[in-house]
Structure formats: structure tokens, C-alpha cells
Design a protein around this ligand. Structure first.
Ligand SMILES: C[S@@+](CC[C@H](N)C(=O)[O-])C[C@H]1O[C@@H](n2cnc3c(N)ncnc32)[C@H](O)[C@@H]1O
Length: 255
């Protein structure tokens, strides 16, 4: 297994490059969706049309806000917010009484997202530098978590799901789009850092993913959409994008 710091350094380097190459008027940039560039992420043109040009760069693999059922006044946390596209979509839904926090470990992405927020005049969104395995967020303060094609990039998914559980209030929920594997990822792919940063090598087996989510304490876990990918497919292995929702039990009180 490749060590944690090597994974983090490679992922930061890849997304730092993408952020630096992104101008306010450019779209796309070779992140997770590189090999799946013909795959629809599920955004409606009118959704993206409503946020400023340049802020709509998506490196994701789904549309988590579409199934997050966000309501005015809610506090939303986006894990691995990139240029901020899902934060800006969420900001519209929660309105002026609500708030959206984006967390990303790549400084250049945070700079880009802050630039986009300023250009778009968003006063209910802020971006924090940090890792999703150790969220810079207080316990029990979040109504809804969203994330788009990020958890597969983290070295330790168990820690990520535990952190999600910690920061949500009782009854809070998550809506996450991510890449998962069906079958075992070949060892040579698992060790390939370029493919890890491209959202392939770090993908968990779909059943393991759902089990880890349940082990963290979530309930009512449900896959809301699933798209099978053709790239990297072999006879006994393939990749897919899933959008998963789950809830922190309402009666959960920390000891
Ligand atoms: C594939 S991009 C997705 C960005 C955004 N969610 C979107 O849909 O456009 C992955 C983002 O997650 C960030 N990231 C990857 N691993 C992370 C980690 N362990 N902690 C925090 N951010 C991470 C990267 O810096 C990058 O901005």
C-alpha cells in the first residue's frame, strides 16, 4: 500500500496544477472526469447558467446537490470543494439565512474558489483549507454534507466517514457523488499515483464503501443514482459513479 503522504502530495500537486491552469472563463481541466469526459454529470443547463461563468468548472462525477433536498436557512458543508461549483449551487438553495462551507486541502483550489465567490458576489459561502480526514469544522454544526468525486482520493475513507458523522447534527444528512469499484482493483492500478489522482486507484469496492458508511453510524443509506463507466473495464473489474445519501440518527447524542 502506498503511504498516506505520497497520496496526499500527488493529489495536491494534480489539483494545484488544475487550479493554476483555470481562468475565470475556462471550463473543465482534467480532474476526475478526464477519462469520462463524455459522461453527463447530471447538472441541468439552467443550474449552471445561474452561477457566474468561470465558477462552473466541475471536476466531479455527479450532482450531489440535486438529491440533497437543501432548504433555506440550512448550513451545508462541501468536502473537497475545488473551484466551488457545488457550493454555489447549494448557496442558492439555502439562501441568505443559510450558509455553505467548502473545505479543500489544495491551497490553489481554495484561492480559485474564493476568487469565484468574490466575482459572483456570494456572501453566504466561505472556503477553508483542510483535509477531509480531519475536518476544520465544529462537532454537530452541519445540517447537510455534500461532496463530489473526492472521498475516493482520500487515503483513509474510514476516517472521512467518521468525520462526516462527527460534524453533522443529529438528524443531519449527506449526499455524496463518488467513484466506486466493482471487483478488486488490480494491484498495478492501485499503486499508480497518477491514476489515484485521476479518481481511479483509490476507489473502494461499492459494497465496502456502503459498509464503511454504515459502520460510521449512518442509517437510511441509499444509492440515488449509479452510472457504469466503460474505461478501465476488464472481465472482473469495472468502475462506476454513485450518488449516495444517508442520515445521522436523530437520537444520536455524543457521550
Ligand atoms: C476531483 S476534484 C473535485 C472538485 C469539486 N468537488 C468538483 O466537483 O468540481 C477533487 C478536489 O478534492 C480535493 N481533495 C482531494 N483529496 C482531499 C483531501 N484528502 N482533503 C481535502 N481535499 C481533498 C482536491 O484538492 C480537489 O480540489
Amino acid at each position: 500500500m502506498t503511504d498516506r503522504q505520497t497520496i496526499i502530495d500527488n493529489v495536491k500537486s494534480r489539483y494545484g496544477q488544475i487550479a493554476r491552469a483555470s481562468t475565470p472563463s475556462c471550463c473543465g481541466g482534467g480532474g476526475c472526469a478526464t477519462e469520462a469526459s463524455d459522461i453527463s454529470l447530471g447538472y441541468k443547463p439552467e443550474e449552471l447558467g445561474a452561477i457566474p461563468k468561470g465558477a462552473s468548472m466541475s471536476l466531479g462525477c455527479g450532482n450531489p446537490t440535486s438529491v440533497a433536498d437543501l432548504k433555506p436557512g440550512e448550513v451545508v458543508l462541501d468536502l473537497g470543494s475545488g473551484g466551488g461549483v457545488d457550493c454555489f449551487l447549494a448557496a442558492k438553495k439555502v439562501g441568505d439565512r443559510g450558509f455553505v462551507i467548502g473545505v479543500d486541502m489544495t491551497e490553489e483550489m481554495i484561492d480559485l474558489a474564493r476568487h469565484n465567490a468574490k466575482t459572483g458576489g456570494y456572501s453566504n459561502v466561505s472556503f477553508r483549507l483542510g483535509e477531509i480526514e480531519e475536518l476544520p469544522v465544529d462537532t454537530g454544526t452541519i445540517d447537510a454534507i455534500i461532496s463530489n468525486c473526492v472521498i475516493n482520493l482520500a487515503p483513509d475513507k474510514t476516517r472521512v466517514f467518521k468525520e462526516m458523522f462527527r460534524v453533522l447534527r443529529p438528524g443531519g444528512r449527506f449526499s455524496v457523488s463518488d467513484v466506486v469499484a466493482k471487483g478488486a482493483i488490480p494491484l498495478n492500478v492501485r499503486k499508480n499515483m497518477e491514476q489515484w489522482a485521476g479518481c481511479i486507484s483509490g476507489a473502494l469496492d461499492k459494497n465496502d464503501y456502503l459498509q464503511k458508511v454504515a459502520d460510521a453510524g449512518f442509517e437510511r443509506i441509499e444509492i440515488r443514482s449509479e452510472v457504469d463507466y466503460d474505461f478501465q473495464r476488464t472481465d472482473d473489474f469495472s468502475l462506476a459513479s454513485v450518488t449516495v445519501v444517508g442520515y445521522k440518527p436523530l437520537n444520536h447524542h455524543p457521550r
